[in-house]
Design a protein around this ligand. Structure first.
Ligand SMILES: [Zn+2]
Length: 237
């Protein structure tokens, strides 16, 4: 059986937390690795409470506001130039974005995703209550003062809302809370999704939304990918 290798979650140097590696360099590396398709997914965070912290992108080494849309012209131009250079190669290059969902920011998300020709819009929950649960530094502030039930409610209510917006093609690392939360709640965290994720998967299936298998957890020493095998099995039902 032949398999097609792709990577649909790449943060080029436009993401403020990414390595200073250009789009073209990723394309060369993807060719070397025998990938047939890649998609760039620069981070876009629009929560106004976190404006100073992460409503930012990097353009030519400078931090600029994500609301200053000039960065998108530069981003698309660079991707188009890469697509031109790699024409005739086995590599296909796509333009995407990873939007950190924040309730109430739907209009701003629409302004980004509906006004530019994105091939792929990945949606993620990186923050709950304006605190980055994806961050080793920030996440203790969120988890230390909440019960497991509160976390479950916060996360899955937000996830349900996010799916209902219909703004996203795919959900990124759907059990991201497992990255740092197990330090506070132990193995129980593995069951957090039970009974709440099933209706969300049903709606995703109706909408034709994808579910990302994110392997970055291995880099961080976790055993499972995001999401866990148990969650993937539920998504298949
Ligand atoms: Zn993410």
């Amino acid at each position: 059986m032949s398999s097609v290798k792709t990577d649909y979650h790449i943060h080029p140097n436009y993401s403020i937390d990414a390595a200073a590696v250009h789009i073209k360099e990723y394309c060369y590396r993807a060719l070397e690795l025998g990938l047939s398709e890649i998609c760039f997914t620069t981070h876009v965070e629009l929560d106004p409470v976190r404006r100073e912290k992460d409503n930012l992108v990097m353009v030519n080494g400078d931090k600029v506001s994500v609301f200053d849309r000039a960065w998108l012209d530069s981003y698309f131009n660079e991707i188009m130039r890469a697509q031109d250079s790699f024409k005739g190669s086995p590599l296909r290059i796509k333009a995407g974005v990873e939007v950190g969902y924040c309730p109430g920011c739907e209009e701003d998300i629409e302004k980004v995703v509906n006004n530019y020709p994105f091939d792929f819009v990945l949606g993620a929950i990186h923050c709950l209550d304006h605190i980055a649960i994806s961050s080793m530094k920030e996440s203790p502030r969120y988890f230390q003062s909440r019960t497991l039930d509160q976390v479950r409610r916060d996360y899955f209510v937000t996830l349900q809302e996010m799916v209902s917006t219909g703004l996203f093609d795919c959900l990124a690392h759907v059990d991201l809370y497992a990255r740092y939360e197990s330090r506070y709640f132990g193995p129980e965290i593995k069951c957090l999704h039970q009974g709440v994720i099933e209706p969300i998967f049903k709606e995703m299936a109706q909408k034709g939304m994808g579910l990302e298998i994110n392997t970055s957890s291995h880099r961080r020493g976790l055993e499972e990918f995001h999401p866990s095998k148990e969650i993937v099995a539920l998504a298949r039902l």
